[in-house]
Design a protein around this ligand. Sequence first.
Ligand SMILES: CC(C)(COP(=O)(O)OP(=O)(O)OC[C@H]1O[C@@H](n2cnc3c(N)ncnc32)[C@H](O)[C@@H]1OP(=O)(O)O)[C@@H](O)C(=O)NCCC(=O)NCCS
Length: 135
Amino acid sequence: MVQIEQIFPSLTWRIRHETMYPELPFDSVKLPDDFDGIHFGLYLDHKLTGVVSLFHDGDVYQFRKLAILPSAQKAGLGLQLMAYILDFCNIQKATKLWCNARINAKEFYFKFGFHETDKTFFKDGYDFVVMEKEL
Ligand SMILES: CC(C)(COP(=O)(O)OP(=O)(O)OC[C@H]1O[C@@H](n2cnc3c(N)ncnc32)[C@H](O)[C@@H]1OP(=O)(O)O)[C@@H](O)C(=O)NCCC(=O)NCCS
């Protein structure tokens, strides 16, 4: 059973750390503006299994730190969480949703109609490209 709901910022940290940066110190996954964000958790059989965080500047929204625990990946959960935040952004009348995508995840975002921009960078051992979608 899958449930998605808004969660307190600190609940995202463990999932982010285990999924995205297990080799870095725990505190490295905390974002300075976490307490300004809107955070969502995906519960699989009542266990917090995936998270994503939304930040906005007016009607332009950014999602950050989309993470599904490794043991639960490739089962359609990331897809459900993305669909949920796209609905949320549409309800908020957002005009654009963007993200800093890890290069190795960009095919995942193509599935939702995101396109690559020419902005790329390297951080914490990963190559990123800015991807966006007009809403
Ligand atoms: C990227 C991530 C959120 C995807 O979540 P997931 O639950 O594994 O994805 P899903 O099972 O919902 O995948 C949906 C579809 O996207 C594809 N997909 C998932 N991850 C992919 C990837 N990294 N590259 C290419 N395709 C991918 C799946 O094969 C599936 O395709 P299909 O419908 O044709 O079978 C998850 O793998 C993750 O947390 N990865 C580590 C952290 C990360 O990279 N986060 C994104 C940072 S930008």
